[in-house]
Each structure stands twice: as C-alpha cells, then as structure tokens.
Design a binder for this molecule. Structure first.
Ligand SMILES: [Zn+2]
Length: 258
C-alpha cells in the first residue's frame, strides 16, 4: 500500500494492516510519539540523526499511515486509563490544583528566650514552671540533681506563635521552626483530595499527601488523547488546559492560629 493514501483511506485499517506498511523505525517513532507528543524527540529516539530528526519528525506526522497507528495506540491508552471514569479524572484535577500549605505549613515562631524578660527563659504558665521546679527539687532531695535550678525571671505567657525577637540572644532572631497542621475538617475540595492521612511516629506527626506530579502526568496523558497528532497544537492544548485548571485552583490557605 502506498503512503500516498489519505487519512480517510486508512481510517478503517486494522493495526495489523497498518504495521505491514511501517518499517520498525517508523513503528518505534509512533510508539514514542503517542507517549510524549514530541515529534523531533521521537524521531531522534527512534534512531534518526539529530540533524534530520526535526524534519523527519514533521514529515512523519504528514503520513496518514503513521497518524493512523498513532491514533490506534492512543485509543488503546484511553481504554487502559478507563476514561469513562470521570470521577477519577476530576480527583486528579483536584490534586494537581491543591496547595500543600493548605494542609501543612512550616512556620517559624518565638523561642523560649525571645520575649522573656531580659531574654531569660519564659514559661507558658506558672503551673508549667512549678512542675519543672518541683521535679528539680525531688532530684535534689534524692541527691540526683544534674541540671540548673529552673528560675522564673523570664516571666510567663510564652507563645510560639509570636514572631521571633530580632535581638534574642539565644536564637539570634531566627526563632524556632515548627510544623503546623491545619484542621483537616475545614479543607477545600482540593485540600481534601490531596490529604491522605497522618501517622504518629516517635519523631512527631507524619503527614501523607497524594503525589501531585503523578496526577499531573496522568492528566497530561488523558488530555493529549483528545488532541490531533500535531506536536505544536497538542503541547499548547495541554498547556492551556492545565493553566486553566490552575487558575481555578485552591484559594490561599486560611491563616488560622493554633
Ligand atoms: Zn529567640
């Protein structure tokens, strides 16, 4: 069969028929192109020289038999991805557009010495101080005291949510870092799709989030399936579509304090 046939002529050909008319290098080109939507890259990877890859890539995309095979491969991919499952696609879209800081943030706040009187250790409450002092006295009575006596010169009312003091002699104005987990009951739909749960470990709470890169990859593949096998058009369609998704993304995280 001649490659001069039109797209319409080859549209009903089976995969077997098409493969009979494509050499191994062309077949490889189609497989790569159906995956990456990049004609010159696919030509280069299927064995054409770097010098001719761009020209061959674009020539290949004008050949009806090659386009037919690319469509067959993409249709198969669409079936594998089960495009009827619109919920799955919607979930991926939510994951891609979610802002991880809506779930968990790394914040810096005051250290114990930042706002203490004369930058001495500041206690949260008198009760906290009394407990520490009581423990110290017990150790003293047992003649096991190895630490310095806790003093309350720095005062009470420590809040780590206050910003660091720029002249703190202890932390040099850097403050102390801590993880802040937002209440997962109030997450946006994007945040809910991203959040996968927590686990309490000996080092603190571990937060699990869905893989945004993977979700983006899945969406890009699905989006490409609907495009004509034209490299430029496809790339720009994916870009526009994903930009649109991002524009509809989550709002900035709510700045609620603990
Ligand atoms: Zn400090």
């Amino acid at each position: 069969m001649s490659e001069q046939k039109t797209e319409r002529d080859v549209d009903s050909l089976s995969e077997e028929d098409v493969l009979e008319h494509l050499n191994p290098r062309q077949q490889l080109f189609c497989k790569l192109y159906a995956e990456n939507y990049n004609a010159s890259k696919s030509a280069r990877l299927s064995g054409y020289s770097a010098k001719t890859a761009q020209r061959i890539g674009s020539e290949n995309l004008s050949k009806p038999l090659i386009l037919r095979y690319v469509r067959i491969l993409r249709n198969r991919r669409a079936a594998e991805l089960d495009l009827s499952d619109a919920d799955l696609i919607a979930t991926w879209a939510l994951i891609v557009t979610a802002d991880p800081s809506e779930v968990v943030e790394y914040r810096r706040g005051a250290c114990r010495y930042c706002h203490g009187t004369n930058h001495a250790y500041k206690w949260i409450t008198p009760r906290e101080f009394e407990k520490a002092h009581g423990d110290y006295m017990l150790l003293c009575n047992a003649k096991q005291a190895a630490s310095i006596e806790p003093l309350d010169q720095g005062g009470f009312g420590y809040k780590r949510t206050l910003g660091p003091h720029p002249e703190c002699t202890e932390c040099d104005g850097m403050g102390q870092g801590f993880q802040y987990l937002h209440d997962t009951r109030t997450l946006s739909p994007q945040g809910k799709a991203l959040y996968r749960g927590t686990q309490t470990t000996k080092d603190g709470i571990k937060v699990f989030l869905a893989d945004q890169e993977k979700a983006l990859e899945q969406l890009s593949k699905i989006n490409g399936i609907y495009d004509q096998p034209d490299a430029g058009k496809t790339a720009s369609a994916i870009g526009t579509w994903l930009n649109d998704l991002r524009a509809r993304g989550s709002k900035p995280p709510v700045k609620s304090d603990p």
